[in-house]
Design a protein around this ligand. Structure first.
Ligand code: SF4
Length: 323
């Protein structure tokens, strides 16, 4: 299944033919939905996962945020912060696919405990008095990548103008290439995040599907741009535009009161070592990565673009507005 003429053809259709969810049909599930509603919730029941995705699709819920919220609900349930009475009898343990499906319905209809979790992870955790349990940045729930096991992704979540989104600086490919050990390094990740961020700003500005970057490199994207517009642009010029866009986004957020204090990760990422698995024992060294990133961007210690850097980018006038 594919969008018109796409060489990647990432789509697929899933149909459940029998059992309690018989007749459920969705496009997907896509990998982020599978990661967050599935593995993140300990749910390995693929049919329950497909049903949960269908509910999200019908009601217009983002499957990724829904999965992150569901895992928050499950953690709260297992820690006794919410009880079976609060959930109208749902046993919201990790791994319970049936409860996941029921929770999605409750969230979509804002019924019972669903009314609380429909607020998103940040607000729900705050209302429950456990803000540290919400895996979010700037109110946006984490994507599938665990920052303790992929540190550049952690920096990308933190500096992202819209919160813990995986497509602002998707560094997971180079970080996990080869023997995968690079994902645990933090020195030098700022440069990778910065470069990837500029590249993604170009891809987004060309209105290309972000997955197309796997098929078309920057060189081909710039060639397409020249062919369509007749304007001259080379790869260096395109990345420079990416930097300009990144600074404009930063200026927008600064004007709205965001600065270094908002480029955070939840304390779990910084203080609780990964307890098990291949990333066991790792934390995210966020502060040194942030310092390096701001430095490379020509921003000050608080993450404010300097007048000099903005002047070089032709944005000096805007700097005066937000300083
Ligand atoms: S990679 Fe993008 S353009 Fe291609 S089929 Fe998937 S969503 Fe459509």
């Amino acid at each position: 299944m594919s969008c018109y003429a796409c060489p990647i053809a990432c789509g697929k259709v899933s149909l459940i033919r029998s059992g309690p969810y018989a007749g459920t049909m969705i496009e997907g599930p896509e990998f982020e939905s599978t990661g967050l509603l599935g593995a993140n919730c300990g749910v390995s029941d693929l049919e329950a996962l497909v049903k949960a995705v269908e509910i999200c699709d019908i009601y217009g819920l983002d499957t990724m945020s829904a999965g992150a919220v569901a895992s928050l609900a499950m953690e709260c349930y297992e820690k006794g912060i919410i009880t079976k009475e609060d959930t109208d009898g749902l046993e919201l343990n990790f791994g319970n696919g049936e409860a996941l499906v029921a929770l999605m319905e409750k969230i979509a209809r804002r019924e019972g405990i669903g009314d609380l979790f429909a607020e998103g992870a940040k607000r729900a955790a705050e209302k429950l008095g456990v803000p540290e349990l919400a895996m979010q940045v700037k109110g946006q729930e984490f994507a599938t990548y665990e920052p303790r096991g992929c540190k550049g992704m952690g920096l990308g979540y933190a500096i992202s103008p819209k919160g813990a989104h995986h497509m602002i600086a998707p560094t997971m490919g180079p970080e996990t290439a080869g023997d995968g050990s690079k994902r645990f390094e933090y020195k030098g990740k700022a440069a990778l995040v910065r470069e990837t961020q500029f590249l993604m700003a170009v891809v987004d500005s060309l209105s290309l599907c972000s997955s197309m970057r796997f098929a078309l490199g920057l060189k081909e994207q710039v060639e397409l741009y020249r062919a369509v517009t007749g304007l001259s642009l080379d790869e260096t010029g395109a990345l420079s535009l990416g930097e300009k866009i990144t600074n404009l986004e930063r200026l927008f957020n600064l004007r709205e009161g965001f600065d270094r204090k908002d480029d955070y990760l939840p304390s779990r990422m910084l203080k609780e070592k990964m307890p098990t698995g291949p990333s066991q024992g790792h934390l995210v060294e966020l502060d040194p990565m942030l310092d390096e990133y701001y430095d490379l961007m020509g921003w000050d210690h608080e993450g404010r673009p300097t007048e000099n850097r903005l002047a070089e980018l032709g944005l000096a006038e805007l700097w005066r507005e937000v300083r």
